[in-house]
Write a protein that binds this ligand. Structure first.
Ligand code: F6P
Length: 497
């Protein structure tokens, strides 16, 4: 029997029975690291299934792949390069770690200069970027801002002017810094937004708008050609993928707004998780165990989605961040050597915030026909000073939902029957600071990596996004053959000749 087959035919013992027959279940399936508690006991994982995954992981040489990842070896074969996000956190090839440190010093220098007013009086920051050049910085800002920051920072990604216009109405052009974040320095949305911000500055009488631009990119030559002075270009290594880039200079706007100390804590927290991932035995390795659960539900239980609910408003952008991380990394149909993948790759990631989601989508989770593994995230220390009842109620709702999904409640009336046996993972942070957030995001990166290694796919390329870009460019240029009839009618309806 092959390893996948052993997993797929593992007896589907109900959660209740798993608890009834093992009084140590919670202890055995919960782990703590870097101020974060991970409880996998409400999944169908048991020691036998873990063993089966350990065999699969050995067959896929997971240990060797982790070694390659964290030593800067080529791990992205289709683009022939390493994936060096951990080097930003001090773990990787010696030269890459050294290089990352030098570039971070440069970023710190520019932050100091801006703080001291060397670019004039700055009160507002417009961070322009999309995908990995926006989601990470925005998540950091939302999660870690305290409300007393020196700068007001807006992250604008969408090409839709409805995103940018209100910011331009609110900000003072004379006190605004433009941060242009683009790994490739070619992304259409980012440059259309940049052109509009520069125009706005000119219209408002700013004499040298380009003097207020900071560029964050792995393509510094292009930034120079575009018109940014070298002293305001913060490069990062080409071996850092867009969705793994918040640790690099792409995190500049967050570091400037929140403080370099917070950013350093973020990197230190991520490094704590990196070291755990590198050295923990497989059956205690938290990202690996999370990935084993993911694969079990995808491959053995036919789950096509996973839902993530942050019971903390500060983490409301986490599900969106994870959508890019997991779906752009692992939404593939071929293996690393180009052969068709014979099983499902990434599940569809969706989610929201608790308790809001309870009053909107939890009906389906409790009684729908789809089995959806759920991830609950909560933070023990509240992020506000209102009455204790707010936070107590928030956390207890979170725990109640996970319990109710698992336990269910039988009724002869089908409408009122809760089948239960619905799996969930709970991730509980002691508090929300740079260190814990860094460790949490690194946990998700490594989990995504393990999922990819088990499937044998390359999580570090994203060719799937190219066709849509090309088609949009052809439409914009009005070039080439006619589109399909439906697209032609839509185009003519929106833009009559
Ligand atoms: O289109 C997908 C993508 O390439 C992402 O992988 C990336 O994070 C995003 O676009 C932005 O790219 P860039 O940072 O080069 O502007």
């Amino acid at each position: 029997m092959d390893h996948w087959n052993a997993i797929e035919t593992h007896p589907a013992t109900p959660l209740k029975a798993l608890f009834d027959t093992n009084s140590d279940r919670v202890e055995q399936l919960s782990f703590e690291h870097a101020g974060i508690y991970f409880d996998f006991s409400k999944t169908h994982m048991d020691s036998d299934l873990l063993e089966k995954f350990a065999h699969l992981a050995q067959a896929k040489d997971l240990a060797g792949q982790i070694e390659k990842l964290t030593h800067g070896d080529i791990i992205n074969p289709s683009e022939g390069r390493a994936a060096e996000h951990t080097a930003e956190r001090g773990i990787g090839a010696e030269m890459s770690v050294h290089h990352a440190r030098l570039l971070r010093n440069r970023m710190q220098g520019l932050i100091l200069a801006i703080d001291e007013g060397l670019l004039g009086e700055i009160e507002y920051i417009i961070h322009l970027g999309i995908g990995g050049s926006a989601l990470g910085p925005e998540l950091l800002l939302e999660a870690l801002k305290l409300g007393d920051e020196k700068y007001e920072t807006a992250v604008i990604s969408n090409i839709d002017g409805c995103a940018l216009e209100p910011v331009l109405e609110r900000f003072d052009a004379h006190k605004t810094l433009i941060v242009l974040a683009s790994k490739s320095f070619t992304t259409a949305e980012t440059f259309l937004n940049a052109a509009s911000v520069l125009n706005w500055m000119r219209e408002q009488g700013v004499s040298d708008p380009f003097g207020k631009v900071v560029a964050l990119t792995a393509n510094p030559e292009k930034a120079v050609i575009w018109g940014v002075d070298e002293s305001r270009i913060l490069p990062f290594a080409d071996t850092i993928g867009g969705r793994y880039s918040l640790w690099s200079s792409i995190g500049f706007s967050a570091a400037l707004t929140l403080g370099m100390d917070v950013f350093d804590d973020l990197l230190a927290g991520a490094a704590e998780m990196d070291r755990h991932f590198q050295s923990a035995p497989l059956l205690e390795n938290i990202p690996a165990i999370a990935a084993f659960c993911d694969q079990y539900y995808c491959q053995a239980r036919g789950c096509e989605t996973r839902a993530v609910f942050a019971y903390d408003e500060r983490l409301r952008l986490l599900p969106v961040y994870l959508q890019q991380l997991e779906m752009e990394s692992n939404g593939k149909s071929v293996t690393s050597d180009g052969k068709p993948l014979d099983r499902h790759s990434s599940p569809i990631i969706w989610g929201g915030v608790g308790t809001d989601a309870q009053h909107a989508v939890f009906q389906l989770l409790h009684q729908g026909t789809h089995l959806v593994p759920v991830e609950f995230l909560a933070v023990i220390e509240p992020g506000h000073s209102l009455a204790e009842e707010h936070h107590r109620s928030l956390l207890l709702n979170c725990f109640a939902q996970a319990s109710a999904l698992m336990t269910g409640q039988a009724s002869d009336d089908g409408n009122r029957n809760y089948p239960g046996d619905k799996p969930s993972v709970t991730i509980l942070l002691d508090d929300l600071d740079g260190r814990k957030l860094g460790a949490l995001i690194a946990f998700y990166e490594h989990r995504t990596f393990v999922n990819a290694m088990l499937l044998g796919i390359n999580p570090f390329d994203q060719f799937g996004v190219e066709l849509g870009k090309e088609t949009a460019n052809a439409l914009l240029a009005g070039e080439g053959n006619k589109m399909d009839p439906s697209t032609e009618i839509l185009k003519n309806r929106a833009f009559p000749a």
